[in-house]
Design a protein around this ligand. Structure first.
Ligand code: HEM
Length: 323
């Protein structure tokens, strides 16, 4: 099927108040955890490593992909923050979602209506989001933070006693998915952004020549440092386009986009660089930096309810941690 411009977002009534409520919930969780671990992010608190990066955009890519940073063959400099997804600073060997955030230096009209100097792509080691909408995610995180009993109560309330075991299995497959290290896994934006008049998701795919290290999970940062001091780490940068509401829905965040109906296309190469990887000052600057899907060009505006909720929650988390 061909990429289509026929996508649309569905804006619900009262979203602004609901998202403001989410920001308050995450602020409470963030403040509680900051007492334990020091000032930090509400989610993805544990930084694995900050890195310099460059993204080279290829010349021969399909016409519908040629918008925003993909308009012409060009190389963008930037930085990357690798993280564990949890609210806590936990051992790398614990099951978790893993974050791969890219911030590129650009100049242009921003998604928030002003000028921007950043194009961010926030990616995780999953293909889909854990819940269909933002409300489901906020309730889930709130229940999980309350511990075993509160999570169980929430799961029974949401999925019923019969749906409970299926849901626990799904969670086990999501959080407990084997993870070989940040140089040898795929990472996806999971949710769509616009690409000019079209809509797409983005992902990075590791080089097949990059070897897996069986002891990486003892210390993911060391694994990357060992590799990068030896060679640059490369990923293909790929886009998957919206074709129709059933195969590639904009608003149902937990539905995987069909690769059969809309195959990924390679549009560039992302290289992680060793420059400054051992500098404490650089690592601190990455921890203090902003990685936000809304730090973006207007041509790559984040789409859908979950993305709109993130606009409010990430800004509040940033304000809390930069106090
Ligand atoms: C309603 C849904 C979501 C909420 C409420 C939420 C909340 C948050 C918050 C509060 C932060 C910390 C922000 C900061 O202080 O800079 C964060 C970071 C992050 N989130 Fe989300 N998130 C959501 C959905 C997602 C999704 C769908 C992805 C998939 C790509 C994702 C990936 C990340 C990553 C990679 C980071 C780390 C950014 C960094 O390295 O600074 N999040 N999230």
């Amino acid at each position: 099927m061909t990429a289509s411009k026929d996508w649309k977002e569905i804006i619900a009534q009262g979203e602004e108040e609901r998202y403001a409520k989410y920001a308050k919930i995450f602020s409470i969780l963030q403040k509680t955890k900051s007492k334990e671990f020091g000032n930090g992010r509400a989610l993805h608190r544990k930084q694995i490593l900050g890195l310099k990066t460059k993204l080279e955009i290829f010349e021969n890519i399909p016409e519908h992909a040629k918008a925003g940073i993909f308009k012409t063959a060009k190389t963008f400099d930037g930085v990357v923050r690798l993280s564990n997804g949890g609210l806590e600073v936990a051992s790398d060997s614990k099951p978790d979602i893993r974050g791969f955030s890219i911030r590129l230096n650009v100049e242009g009209d921003g998604a928030l209506g002003d000028k921007t100097t950043a194009q961010c792509f926030l990616m995780i080691n999953q293909e889909t989001f854990s819940t269909a909408d933002s409300e489901g995610f906020v309730n889930f995180v709130g229940a999980a933070a309350g511990g075993g009993k509160s999570l169980l109560k929430y799961l029974v309330k949401t999925h019923g006693v019969f749906g409970l075991f299926g849901q626990i299995l799904k969670m086990k497959n999501t959080f407990g998915r084997p993870f070989s290290g940040f140089a040898t896994e795929k990472f996806s934006t999971v949710l769509p952004i616009s690409c000019g008049e079209y809509a797409c998701k983005a992902r990075v795919v590791p080089s097949p020549t990059e070897k897996k290290n069986p002891s990486a999970k003892n210390d993911f940062s060391k694994d990357i440092k060992d590799k990068i001091l030896d060679h640059n780490i490369e990923f293909d940068f790929e886009l998957q386009f919206f074709v129709d509401d059933v195969s590639t829905p904009i608003e149902k965040a937990n539905v995987e986009w069909s690769e059969k109906k809309s195959p990924f296309i390679k549009v560039g190469k992302l290289t992680l660089l060793k420059d400054e990887v051992e500098s404490e000052t650089f690592q601190k600057s990455i921890e203090a930096n902003v990685f936000d899907p809304w730090a973006s060009l207007m041509e790559h505006k984040p789409l859908g309810d979950v993305m709109r909720a993130r606009k409010v929650v990430y800004f509040q988390s940033y304000k809390n941690r930069s106090k």
